[in-house]
Ligand binder design. Structure first.
Ligand code: C2E
Ligand code: MG
Ligand code: MG
Length: 671
């Protein structure tokens, strides 16, 4: 009981204290009334400062001090003892606090006359001068302050200085304590005018003391320094930005890169610096003049800027040299892709004042952390790499080279694959093989998976595992997968014409291709070859489910609505959320080959495969195991309840003719 009382008094004391310290005049009265109403739980309680009160006889009063009291209007006799006790306690506390406040005020009054003189002097001062008490409440406000802030003295006096603060700075008053200790301070601050405009001001604060040298408040001198700030910013801009292109200059570039390097050390991320030197710029500048040269440089900068992402930094180092920082890239090889993209922006001619101008670029690339961890060092290495690129004169738009020779070899290999892929489609170097999917109980071939093969004219067969990633990065995958889907449909049509009942031909879909246009592309392929949707199944990988599940579900639903089934390939390698899994219209889960490999000797693989099978059953999905190579695996999977299997045990991927032959004989695998 005592504890509760103490607690109530404490809370009340704290809120009253705040009210008294933060407000004055009618705002304070209102706040005290509000507190009293909450405490007594009645709207009829009011705080009355005696100066303004005209109190009638029927009011019961609870005195606070000689100057103020609480009234319980018209409620005489209706208050319980507890209410009255609360009210008395409230009165006592208010009394104490008001007394403290009066003491404070008296100290000011002592210097009131002096202040009056002061304020006359202050009004002559052009600067704004504001005095406030220790809690930050404004006591005087000169004409300079009126002019600067737009508030009249009447509007400002009595309010807390915080109302002038820019929101960002409003953690305010704590500053005063340290300032009082240090005896004054000068600073640059942001303040808000009555019009709402925020401006820069220089503020000098000094303590205001009474005759005993005790601080009783503060005096602040403010002047508008917006203009100076603007000039400073301009100077800053000149120091860090290139005048012609408005891109960061070398100094800022190095600062930004060094900052990114620190960050990258913490996150173990990788990045890259590109050094770009334009080819054939000098003759243009020399023959057509600098004005044209400048305009051309501006256009080049703009094309580069548009080709980059927001997080990339581009700078002009001087004349026709640019630098680019790719400050966070997933793989070093991506720097090559960006360089390629930048070169492509130069393919189109530039038009400058009626002149059709063509230029190229040589791009040198350094990678961090492998080539260094300092901006200077990396810039130097990319500069060296740029000279390597200059030696390559094959392409008009230029070329790029890495500082690291190993990277150059990797890139060369990749470029070889890339150019080969572009040619492969036209030269019919692709073909499809089909691998049977087998019912684990009956041995019946219930479908096939279409697997892409590339017969390279020089290198022979290249595995899709090798070229699909390149095709995905270059965007060629869209054409390739379209070719696969069409070829599978064409094959289905042939089998249909042979009188073979529909079985599922599973086509792999790359993540890049899994977009909102996929359903219509599938529909068109089915319509073109006039085959039933029962012929086609799409294998998508688990990683596709991870981004923006909602749009993925929409696409899947549209495909399912066509009558085409979906299965989830490489299951177990991603991290799909199980709760999502039941929302996807998926028919079959395909356990990834990596988990089948260790079955039945590796207990972990067995538990994972077993868990996937039982989970699939619970979600009423079918489950197929891929990469089954021996009978031990077969037996384990059969026991665990797996529905279908695919693997070398029954058949490697084979030609369509071999599949035709199996169907013609109504072939069953022996199980
Ligand atoms: P995937 O879709 O998981 O295909 C299964 C891969 O496992 C195939 O390799 C298949 O030949 C192989 N495989 C099947 N049974 C066994 C077995 O018992 N043992 C072993 N060691 N391997 C087996 P492949 O044909 O090299 O394809 C590799 C990957 O390339 C495919 O993995 C798929 O992700 C991708 N891919 C293949 N064709 C296409 C295509 O047309 N389009 C797209 N986007 N990707 C494709
Ligand atoms: Mg597959
Ligand atoms: Mg797979």
């Amino acid at each position: 009981m005592n504890q509760t009382k103490a607690l109530t008094e404490f809370n009340l004391g704290a809120s009253l204290g705040e009210a008294v310290l933060c407000m004055q005049g009618s705002r304070l009265d209102q706040e005290l009334t509000r507190i009293a109403q909450t405490v007594v739980n009645s709207p009829d309680v009011r705080f009355v400062p005696q100066l303004t009160a005209a109190v009638s006889a029927e009011h019961e009063r609870c005195h606070v001090s000689a100057e103020a009291f609480y009234v319980l209007s018209g409620k005489q006799g209706m208050y319980s003892e507890t209410d009255l006790a609360k009210l008395r306690m409230l009165a006592q506390l208010t009394g104490k606090l008001l007394a403290a406040r009066t003491q404070l005020d008296q100290r000011f009054k002592a210097s009131a006359e002096a202040q009056l003189q002061q304020s006359q002097i202050l009004d002559q001062i052009h600067e704004s001068v504001i005095t406030m008490d220790l809690a930050g409440f404004i006591i005087s406000w000169n004409r300079g302050a009126e002019n600067l802030f737009g508030y009249s003295a009447n509007e400002a006096i009595g309010r807390n200085i915080l109302f002038l603060y820019d929101e960002e700075e409003a953690d305010g008053l704590r500053l005063f304590d340290s300032f009082l200790e240090n005896g004054g301070r000068e600073m640059e601050v942001r303040r808000r005018k009555k019009s709402g405009e925020v401006f820069w001001a220089s503020l000098s604060l000094s303590p205001l003391c009474d005759s005993h040298a005790q601080p009783i408040g503060m005096i602040g001198y403010l002047s508008d320094i917006t203009e100076r700030k603007r000039a400073e910013e301009q100077i800053n801009h000149l120091a860090y930005y290139d005048l012609l292109t408005d891109l960061p200059n070398r100094t800022l570039f190095k600062k930004l890169v060094d900052k990114a390097l620190l960050q990258s050390q913490r996150n173990n991320s990788i990045g890259s610096l590109l050094f770009i030197d334009l080819n054939r710029f000098k003759p243009i500048n020399d023959t057509l003049g600098h004005a044209i040269g400048d305009l051309l440089l501006k256009q080049v900068a703009e094309r580069f800027r548009l080709a980059l992402r927001e997080n990339d930094v581009i700078a002009r180092l001087g004349s026709d040299e640019f630098a680019i920082g790719l400050l966070d890239i997933p793989q070093d090889i991506h720097a090559g892709l960006v360089a390629q993209k930048l070169l492509t922006t130069l393919d189109q001619a530039f038009w400058v004042e009626g002149h059709e101008l063509r230029i190229g670029a040589s791009i040198g690339i350094s990678i961090y952390p492998q080539d260094g961890m300092e901006a200077d060092q990396l810039l130097q290495k990319s500069d060296i790499a740029m000279f390597k690129a200059k030696r390559n004169v094959e392409r008009a738009s230029g070329s790029y080279a890495f500082y690291d020779n190993e990277m150059n070899r990797t890139i060369a290999g990749r470029l070889y694959l890339e150019s080969g892929l572009r040619r492969a489609l036209q030269h019919a170097e692709f073909s499809l093989l089909y691998q049977p999917k087998v019912n684990i109980v009956t041995g019946q071939m219930i479908g096939v998976e279409a697997l892409l093969r590339w017969n390279h004219p020089k290198k022979g067969m290249i595995s899709p595992a090798e070229f699909i990633p390149v095709a995905e990065e270059t965007g060629l995958i869209l054409q390739i997968d379209a070719w696969v889907l069409e070829t599978a449909c064409e094959q289905a049509r042939q089998w249909q014409e042979m009188g073979i009942a529909p079985f599922r031909i599973a086509v792999n879909v790359s993540a890049k291709e899994f977009t909102s246009t996929l359903p219509s592309r599938v529909y068109e392929a089915l319509a073109q070859y006039q085959i039933s949707p029962a012929w086609i199944e799409l294998e998508i990988t688990e990683s596709m489910l991870m981004h923006s599940a909602e749009s993925v579900i929409t696409i899947m639903d549209e495909i399912a609505a066509l009558g085409v089934t979906l299965s989830l390939d490489d299951f177990g390698t991603g991290y799909s959320s199980l709760s999502y899994l039941k929302r996807f219209p998926i028919k079959t889960l395909k356990i990834d080959r990596s988990f089948i490999q260790g079955v039945p000797s590796d207990t972990d693989d067995c538990s994972i495969a077993g868990a996937i099978i039982s989970m699939a059953k619970k979600l009423r999905h079918k489950v197929i195991a891929e990469g089954v190579e021996n009978w031990e695996q077969f037996a384990f999977l059969k026991d665990a309840g797996c529905d279908e299997i695919q693997g070398y045990l029954f058949s490697r991927p084979v030609s369509s003719d071999q599949i035709t032959e199996m169907f013609a004989r109504d072939f069953h695998f022996s199980v």
